[in-house]
Structures are given as structure tokens and as C-alpha cells.
Design a protein around this ligand. Structure first.
Ligand code: DGL
Length: 276
């Protein structure tokens, strides 16, 4: 099976949060086109078991592979944290990049000696993937983790600059900050960057917030070059396509908050991951 380097890049998330990663990919790789799939019918992944997340993520990635994408970015932290080996095996030879390694690199670039506070879903925290990825690079760094499950529905509702979001941020962060003063806060979940200003207001401007979007885009750019997969034709890239497993109208409407650009309603299609 050969994939053309003119083919689009697939981007997968459990919902709309991965559009924050797609935004960075579009900025870094303006000559590429993208197919985004949000498994909005089955979100959240972050509260589910590793087995369930793996099964869902493999189904979703196969749906992207059917669209003949040349590379798949697992923009979902939970799926990257618990399902990456299964995804690589299921999709070979299509290369797969997750967001955990780039996120760990971004955190260490911000604060080489830590401590690092990782905010993520329950599934990501439980699996310890960020802990391992950070310690593989520097075993001395202190890492504290905090699951922030309420952030996901708040972001999906677009309640980002809202008293409820500020209350949730205080609830999760004040106890953590009483124990440790982190050198940076790693937003280890696709949905958290849109809550960045609200989180920053609680932690204080002197502690930087980092996420994996920009470093993931760099990793994708490097892999495209390494594998000879970058587009070279110079022709205008195909329009981006958005796939959702539920509520396509909502993705067009709320997705804009995450992508930072309008999503035309006609570019969002409904897909069923369970059919054949
Ligand atoms: N996309 C998930 C992540 O980045 C957050 C939403 C969910 O729990 O499904 O971990």
C-alpha cells in the first residue's frame, strides 16, 4: 500500500479539543491539508478504561486510514497515553504521532529542572504516560499530576470565560499550588488550552502554561521530511475535511473556539465508526 505525499494528514481526537492541535499543524504546515475526526458521540475518553479507549481509538484511526491519509496525529492525550502501541500496530505502515512525547519535551523546555505540574484526564493521569515520558528525559524532575475532569465538558460547552470554569480551576489548582510551586503547568489534555486564561488567572502569570500543540506540529513537520511525505507539488492543498461521530452542527459552531478559524457547516460530515 503506497500513500501519496499529496494525501492529507489525519488528526484524531475524542471530540473537538484536538482542533487546538490542528490549529498548530495548520500554522506550521500551510501547504498540507487535513482530515480531522472527532469521536463526539463517545466523548469523554478520559474517564473510560484503557481497553475501551484503545478499542475506540483504533476504530477511529481506521476510519481515517480509509480516507487514505499519509500520517495520523493522535491529538487526544488520553488515546496517546494509553493506546499508542496498539494504534501503531493497527495502522502500520502509516506513521502515527501522539502528543505525550512532544508535550513532555515542551514542559522540559519551559522548566528543565521542574517541578512540572501535569493537568490531564483521569485516564491519562492513571496511566502515568507523562510521568514516564518526562522521567525518560530527566529522571530527577519532580512531577505532580492532577486530573481535571470538569474542564472537558466546560470547554465542550464553550464555557471558558465563565464563573463555572473559574470555580473548577480553583477547585483543582489551589490544593496543588499549596503543596508545590511548579516551574510550569503542562496542559496534558486537548481541551485545556482554551481554558488557558482562566487557569492562568488562578496559578498566576509567573508560572508558564505549556501544551503539546506546537511541539507536536514540529514533530510532524520533521517526520514528513524524514519519510519523504511532505507535499511538493506546489498545487493548492485540498480543503480540510471535518468528521464527527455525532452532532456535526455543533462541531461547526463550537469548533471555531478551538480551531481559531471558522468551520463551514458543509465541511463537517457525520461518520459511523462501527459500521464495517
Ligand atoms: N481528548 C481528551 C484528551 O486530550 C480529552 C477529552 C476526553 O476525555 O475525551 O485527553
Amino acid at each position: 500500500l503506497t500513500v501519496s505525499n499529496e494525501a492529507p494528514i489525519g488528526v484524531f481526537d475524542s471530540g473537538m479539543g484536538g482542533l487546538t492541535v490542528m490549529r498548530a499543524l495548520m500554522a506550521r504546515l500551510p501547504d498540507e491539508s487535513f482530515v480531522y475526526l472527532g469521536d463526539t458521540a463517545r466523548l469523554p475518553y478520559g474517564t473510560k478504561s484503557g481497553d475501551t479507549v484503545t478499542r475506540y481509538a483504533v476504530q477511529a484511526a481506521r476510519a481515517l486510514a480509509k480516507r487514505r491519509v499519509k500520517l495520523i496525529v493522535i491529538a487526544c492525550n488520553t488515546a496517546s497515553a494509553v493506546a499508542l502501541p496498539a494504534l501503531e500496530a493497527a495502522l502500520a505502515p502509516v506513521p502515527v504521532i501522539g502528543v505525550v512525547e512532544p508535550g513532555a519535551a515542551a514542559a522540559l523546555a519551559a522548566t528543565p529542572n521542574g517541578p512540572i505540574a501535569v493537568l490531564a484526564t483521569e485516564g491519562t493521569v492513571r496511566g502515568g504516560a507523562y510521568l514516564r515520558a518526562i522521567h525518560a528525559r530527566n529522571p530527577e524532575v519532580q512531577v505532580v499530576q492532577q486530573a481535571c475532569p470538569l474542564f472537558v465538558p466546560l470547554a465542550e460547552e464553550g464555557l471558558i470565560d465563565h464563573e463555572l470554569a473559574r470555580g473548577a480551576a480553583r477547585h483543582y489548582l489551589e490544593p496543588l499550588l499549596a503543596d508545590v510551586k511548579p516551574g510550569c503547568i503542562l496542559l496534558g489534555c486537548t481541551h485545556y488550552p482554551v481554558l488557558g486564561p482562566t487557569i492562568a488567572a488562578v496559578v498566576g502569570r509567573d508560572i508558564p502554561l505549556v501544551d503539546s500543540a506546537a511541539t507536536t506540529a514540529e514533530a510532524v513537520a520533521a517526520l514528513l521530511v524524514e519519510r519523504g511525505l511532505a507535499r511538493t507539488s506546489g498545487a493548492k492543498p485540498l480543503p480540510n475535511v471535518f468528521l464527527a461521530t455525532d452532532a456535526v452542527e455543533r462541531m461547526a459552531r463550537v469548533g471555531e473556539i478551538f480551531l481559531g478559524a471558522a468551520i463551514p457547516a458543509q465541511s463537517v460530515e457525520l461518520v459511523d465508526l462501527q459500521e464495517g
